[in-house]
Design a protein around this ligand. Structure first.
Ligand code: SAH
Length: 251
């Protein structure tokens, strides 16, 4: 019989700051799922792979300039250690290689589609940069995929890794329980989500839109859909354009 779903979705994070984990991932939905072994988290301290007595992991940039660069030899050894362990812990025939991702502002922006795709695989190996980043040779030699959280610079890859894992873990089967599996949420439909309301019915003289308390499910769905479209058009013309193009293709 096929071995399905018995193994946890496995994340390994290569970092100079292992104490930053599980951090926020130890709480709430992700924390409960970690406790329930729906997913597993391991950190690897890159400094353990330093070769000299000072345990240096970085050096000055070739060509000069400010800052420091993470050394290819140290990072390369840390990566190889993770994949060697994957192969020896499992039947190599069955081993599905986990994607290796370097969190980097030069990467492809993270999308909900990529989050879903990652959640459907065996797990992920995340490399967190510090300083100016990682020696380019190791990125090329180990076929590292670069993923960015957005067009701004963080001080390190760790908060980006926590964010990526948070997004993936919440869509793993069993994590969100019986509530909607998030399929209605912003980006899943290609649109931003409609606005939400709850009690009290009147707050600071403002009422909840009447259609939502009408009990007419069809009208509610239509109202929500129209709101989603309107919000997307106004706030994210880029998404709106993509959405319109895709709906024309499926017509
Ligand atoms: N010199 C680099 C920035 C280095 S910031 C540049 O100009 O492109 C240090 C580390 O933080 C990076 O190696 C990366 O791992 C992480 N980081 C910074 N901004 C990020 C972003 N927008 N998305 C993902 N990771 C980021």
């Amino acid at each position: 019989m096929a071995d399905t779903g018995s193994k946890s979705w496995a994340a390994t994070v290569l970092t100079l700051y292992p104490d930053m984990f599980p951090g926020s991932l130890g709480q709430s939905l992700a924390g409960k799922a970690l406790h329930d072994k729906i997913w597993a988290l391991e950190t690897v301290d890159i400094r353990d792979f330093a070769r000299d007595k000072h345990r240096n992991v970085d050096d000055t940039p070739a060509g000069g300039g400010a800052g420091m660069v993470m050394r290819a030899d140290v990072v390369g050894q840390a990566i190889d250690h993770v994949y060697d362990a994957d192969v020896s812990n499992d039947d190599p025939d069955k081993m599905d290689r986990r994607p290796l991702i370097y969190l980097s502002p030069r990467g492809k922006p993270l999308t909900q589609a990529r989050v879903r795709a990652l959640s459907e695989g065996p797990g992920v190996v995340l490399l967190c940069g510090r300083f100016e980043g990682v020696d380019e040779r190791v990125l090329e030699a180990r076929q590292v995929e670069e993923i960015s959280l957005g067009d701004y610079i963080l001080s390190g890859g760790e908060p980006a890794a926590l964010t990526l894992l948070d997004a993936v873990v919440r869509v793993l089967p069993g994590v969100m329980g019986k509530q909607a599996s998030g399929e209605d949420e912003s980006f899943e439909t290609g649109l931003l989500e409609y606005p939400h309301y709850t009690r009290p019915a009147i707050w600071e003289e403002q009422e909840i839109p009447a259609v939502l308390t009408s009990g007419n499910h069809k009208k509610v769905a239509e109202w929500r859909r129209a709101q989603s479209e309107e919000l997307t058009r106004a706030r994210r013309p880029d998404l709106w354009e993509k959405f319109c193009k895709e709906s024309r293709q499926t017509d």
